[in-house]
Design a protein around this ligand. Structure first.
Ligand code: MN
Length: 280
């Protein structure tokens, strides 16, 4: 059994996307371009409506999965396969775009605090041109472990006997949201084939046994491969733990399209222009 230690601690970069929504990007950056199979991780959050009110108007995707996890605020989503709804705190939208989806994500709030995450997971070549699939998980359907030391919300994978609603997935994802009290420990066994990371939303944690730099809010903590993870909270902390089996294929990025080759990205742009993009 090998203990998981920290590989690198990276501060998220402040940027904006959509129609100017302010966000903090940690994967999909120069320091962490691609943590196979994870292409992007954004924390979108603000107290000020000017930072999010413009939302993400209609835009296409191909070849990826987008997993949106709302913690505060409300977003209205709509897409080309007819899905429509309001995301509320604690809800998850797990979208497998396959060959093409066009969707919008707009704030359904005019003030107050917004906080959420969007994770992009790559799809392997054999699934990239599938029909889109959409999995909506309401907050009250999220398997939630609780004891006097911690709360663990299981979005994907397993913690103790709690299993996430997203099952039978090609990368065997683990996606946990953990709230850990001061001086308490969080421990989990995982496959040593998985790439894994922690995103620290707030607090301060100690990972593994080796000395490491102090962790701060909005830090991406890339982890070495190993069989088990030990985290201790130096103060009450809230973080995501995300892991998945690498796909090991070449990637070609073209904004919202992520394919294996440049030619396939050009094809996606052409399909979008000529209107065949979201036809199945
Ligand atoms: Mn999108």
């Amino acid at each position: 059994m090998s203990l998981i230690e920290i590989k690198k601690i990276i501060k998220a970069i402040e940027t904006s996307d959509g129609a100017g929504v302010k966000l903090k990007r940690s994967i999909g950056t120069p320091e962490a371009d691609y943590i196979d199979p994870f292409l992007m991780l954004d924390e979108f959050g603000s107290e000020s409506k000017d930072d999010y009110v413009a939302g993400f108007p209609a835009h296409p995707h191909r070849g990826i999965e987008t997993v949106t996890y709302m913690l505060k605020g409300q977003f209205e989503h709509q897409d080309s396969i007819g899905s429509k709804g309001k995301m509320s705190p604690g809800d998850i939208q797990w979208m497998k775009t396959g060959r093409g989806i066009i969707h919008s994500e707009m704030p359904a709030m005019s003030d107050g605090k917004l906080l959420g995450f969007q994770l992009w997971i790559n799809m392997p070549a054999k699934l990239k041109m599938n029909k889109p699939e959409y999995h909506y998980i309401k907050s009250n359907e999220v398997a939630t472990y609780r004891d006097h030391e911690k709360i663990v919300k299981v979005i994907a994978g397993k913690f103790e006997n709690y299993e996430g609603a997203e099952k039978h997935h090609n990368i065997d994802p683990i996606y946990l949201h953990i709230i850990l009290n001061k001086d308490k420990k969080f421990k989990i066994n995982i496959s040593d084939k998985h790439n894994a990371f922690i995103y620290l939303l707030n607090g301060e944690i100690k990972v593994g046994t080796k000395k490491h730099k102090k962790t701060e809010n909005s830090n991406l903590i890339l982890l070495n491969k190993g069989n088990y993870l030990d985290v201790i909270a130096n103060k009450k902390s809230e973080f995501l733990f995300i892991a998945g089996k690498p796909i090991g294929e070449p990637i070609a990025r073209g904004g919202p399209f992520v394919m294996n080759t440049k030619e396939e990205v050009i094809q996606a742009i052409e399909d979008y222009k000529n209107g065949t993009f979201a036809k199945y």
